[in-house]
Design a protein around this ligand. Structure first.
Ligand SMILES: [Zn+2]
Length: 572
């Protein structure tokens, strides 16, 4: 993607915005000591363990571990991608996002233009369905499925004529390609992606058309076709039907997740207006988090065939990390070979809703599925169940649901002590554990943590004149990176510092270390830091010594290496 946002702008923005004001505008904060606290917006809790720290410009939840800077907050809270979050933050600060090398204004226009052309094409396809004689086959298809004009309008159903250049005769070539509506030919020129299909516009929560799904009207393949990923369309984060659902009810009691567009539309036609479909991709954690923003209960309703059951299990796997208290996932079984579209048509709304309300709970489904093929009457079977369940249950957030799942596993396995479960951590016990852990922290972790939290400690490192070649221990590279960033950006603050690690492999560790609570303060911290560096240098020396020693035994040492070894033997 072109049009990078300049790093300096992001740095400035993080200074310009006070994270306390930002978070407070979403989640009302209360002052508590030097922090501001609230009940965590990312998990359900009775007492606040979500803290925002003004001097660090970071937030952190001691309950669920959520944390980061102002950009992270917007990404997580509003489900935005990085660029969207930076734009949101810029809006909040009342500034414009510049783009590097004048490339971006073009890019920005491009996104606006892509939205425009998608909107225009959606209207054009609707017109075609209504006016084009060749659309009769599409109209017949919808009629055969019992769709009313009202539902067709609600979902903006359309028809893409069976021709290679319907769109390219009417719209700008580049815009069609950017919007995923046309495909470039090898020798030049383009052709329409959707031909001879009924089309379903896919809209975002604001009602903007992002792309299309299309279904053939004869036996040709592929039966279903989706727009590709574009600058505005990301399948892993969007679901079909959410805009239409939310226009009817902004807080539905539950949302049903189905597999296809026609399922969503047929359910709506028969009076069930609270279903959505994934877009030909597996149901992801992002999908789940998105849907849980609007409801507390998701019902997975996939086809009764093998593929549908597999999809169902994958959706359950994706849901596990999202299952904070108060959220529920249930699994609705369909007879084999029957999809929701067919079922509601045959049996009617009442019967269908009865099935919805009696759908299996996640725990029943989960253990039933894992126990398949195991004999729980014998030890091996039960042990194998524990092994299989373990990896999944560990992904569950702390809370009552996790406790209940754990109890159920104990009951099924007849094993009373399953020590891989930790008790739900309270703030106090977390702190206690951390103090214990402090003693076991490696020097390199102490140095990185303290440096992240106190970038001004860089002066201690500068005074010590460290031979970085020697620090080739685990974590040494990360330390070097942190030192470099701070050295290049004097006065950097913590929230800017974490920004440098966004998207890197080390991001997670940086966040953990940034939030490590040392329970010492003032001058003690600097002493701890200095001591840890000395230990680190010592560690580096002794590992170098071991290395030379080993080499000496195998192949002997050069004169330089002998001298080096001697110097390593002398103190300091
Ligand atoms: Zn939390």
């Amino acid at each position: 993607m072109a049009g990078k946002i300049p790093r300096t702008f992001i740095d400035d923005l993080l200074v310009r915005v006070d994270i306390v004001d930002l978070v407070d505008s979403y989640v009302p904060l209360k002052k508590s000591g030097s922090n501001y606290v609230a009940r965590c917006p990312f998990h359900t809790e009775k007492t606040p363990s979500f803290a925002v720290t003004r001097n660090k410009q970071l937030y952190h939840c001691f309950g669920c571990g959520a944390g980061g800077n102002a950009i992270t907050f917007l990404m997580d809270y509003s489900h935005l991608n990085f660029v969207e979050a930076v734009e949101g933050l810029a809006d909040f600060a009342g500034v414009q996002v510049p783009r590097e090398s004048g490339e971006m204004p073009a890019k920005k226009n491009n996104v606006t233009e892509v939205f425009q052309v998608l909107e225009q094409v959606a209207s054009f396809y609707v017109e075609q369905l209504r006016d084009n004689i060749s659309a009769k086959v599409a109209v017949d298809y919808f009629k055969a499925r019992g769709l009313s004009g009202e539902v067709a309008r609600e979902f903006q159903l359309g028809y893409a004529p069976d021709s290679w250049d319907t769109l390219s005769k009417r719209f700008k070539v580049q815009q069609l390609v950017d919007a995923g509506l046309a495909i470039a030919k090898e020798g030049g020129g383009i052709y329409d992606r959707f031909r001879g299909r009924v089309v379903f516009p896919i809209r975002d929560r604001r009602g903007r058309v992002l792309g299309f799904g299309g279904r053939v009207l004869d036996d040709s393949l592929p039966k279903y076709l989706n727009s590709p990923e574009t600058s505005v369309f990301h399948k892993g984060r969007e679901v079909y039907g959410l805009y239409e659902l939310l226009s009817k009810s902004s807080k539905p009691e539950r949302i049903i997740v189905v597999e296809g567009y026609m399922d969503v539309i047929a359910l709506a036609q028969f009076g069930l207006g609270y279903s959505v479909a994934t877009l030909g991709t597996a149901t992801s954690k992002e999908h789940m988090e998105l849907l849980f923003r609007f409801t507390a209960e998701l019902v997975l309703c996939f086809d009764g065939d093998k593929a549908g059951q597999k999809a169902s299990w994958r959706a359950v796997e994706a849901a596990l990390p999202c299952l904070r208290d108060g959220r529920q996932v249930r699994i609705m079984r369909l007879p084999e070979g029957v999809d929701p579209d067919v079922l509601i048509r045959d049996q009617g709304l009442e019967d269908f809703e009865l099935r919805v309300s009696s759908a299996q709970t996640l725990s029943e489904y989960f253990f039933e599925r894992l126990s398949q093929g195991l004999n729980l009457g014998d030890m091996e079977g039960r042990a194998s169940l524990v092994n299989k369940a373990k990896a999944y249950l560990e992904k569950l957030p702390n809370g009552i649901f996790r406790d209940l799942m754990q109890d159920k596993l104990k009951a099924l396995s007849k094993i009373e002590k399953l020590d891989f479960f930790e008790n739900p951590a309270t703030l106090k016990s977390l702190r206690h554990r951390q103090t214990q852990a402090d003693k076991k922290l490696s020097p390199v972790r102490i140095v990185i943590s303290l440096l992240l939290q106190n970038p001004e400690f860089i002066e201690v490192i500068e005074q010590k004149n460290i031979n970085w070649l020697m620090i080739n221990l685990a974590g040494g590279d990360l330390l070097k990176q942190v030192v470099e960033i701070i050295a290049q950006h004097p006065n950097i603050n913590q929230s800017q510092l974490v920004e440098y690690f966004r998207g890197r492999e080390t991001e997670k560790y940086i966040n953990i270390m940034m939030n490590h609570d040392f329970l010492i303060s003032g001058a003690g911290l600097k002493e701890e830091f200095s001591g840890a560096i000395d230990r680190l240098i010592q560690q580096g020396k002794s590992s170098r010594f071991d290395e030379l020693n080993a080499k000496q035994k195998v192949s002997g040492l050069s004169v330089n290496e002998q001298q080096e070894m001697l110097s390593l033997m002398s103190p300091k």
